[in-house]
Design a protein around this ligand. Sequence first.
Ligand SMILES: [Zn+2]
Length: 407
Amino acid sequence: MKKGFLNSKKARDALDHVPASPSTGSTSTFSTVGDDSEAPALQDLVIETDESIKQSAIITTIPPRGSQTCQMVTIPAMKDFLLRRLRSSDPKISKVKYAVQDTPDMGKGLFATADIAFGETFLVEKPFIVFPKNIGPAFKVSREGIDATSEAWTTVYLKAGEKVLERVLDRLGEEDRDAFNALCDHSIANPKERPILSRMACNAFNLDLQEPPGVQTWGGEYVGVPRIGARINHSCSGANIVEDFDPETFTFSYAASRDIKAGQQIMRYYVTRTLPVAQRRAALSAQQIICTCSACTNATPKTDKLRLEYQARVNILTKACQTSGPLPTAQAQAWLATTLRMKDEMEKEGLDNDPSFMQVWYSLQILYGRLRDEEKEDMCRRRLEGYMEFPGAIRERKKGHPGSRRT
Ligand SMILES: [Zn+2]
């Protein structure tokens, strides 16, 4: 999921981040989706235009009923489009393998309560709230007489956004509202003045939603706050999951990108993986996070360089290994040593969480094949098959893009 949410620099920096949570809040209670409870569906609420909001919108419930529903701020054409495509075939998780627990230094966090194998989808959930990413343009907030680059403009559109979100919060069920209010709210200026937006900025993931043909109102750019996923803390070296949002089931899915042992904390990246340590620290400090992972504490110019170069280096290695024609054994052994070194360096930095890491396994599979080490070739093939089980990869295959995956 890409970064970005609100238009201000500070809030922009806060995007795609799910920081440590405060000490309040419930433990994990959400484990199933798609329950067909018979509660009456809420009527859509129309956001009328006024002196600041010049684009009307609706707050609608998606799906209209169920054990987990989402309050989405959108336009009627988008709602109809989403509902037409909505499938209720959410994958069921047979055993809950996670729990929200206190951490020593990060507020609350999500922990594995049983072993979770690489590639296993362990959590599927709907967001609480889905909201347009760019508030100013989405609601065509009036900026009469206001410089669009000024703080005054930021204040105006954030105020408009908070006003809409107050209506959204009114529509959440009591349990959802309490859970949302227990999330952290420290990534935006003046959280007391804009408590809901502050929580959104801290906890929302970006969603790219396809718009109906002929409709280009908001560019499909929304953000969604996940119920449990919002509790997942950041670690550069310890990130062990990938997440995906499927508009057709309106669910977030989370899969293990490493084998996760019972008791381990489940973690993800809040910042761009290619950033050197100084820039990671700066980006995280906007969230009031100090990362003490091994990649940050042991950072060197060499590890910073690796982050900048690993994608290009992996591409070169993969291309070299894919060469047709005979590969002399000595050459294959040399490339194998280089690839294994690369794998080790990337794993230490937590870069095995990057999609390009799949190429490392692919290169290893080819090289072990050339060197006739069938056991290790088979191990690489099984690992590659695991990547194919990531929710994003399954979704891409359904769309007709074999082999592709998205984190
Ligand atoms: Zn770190």
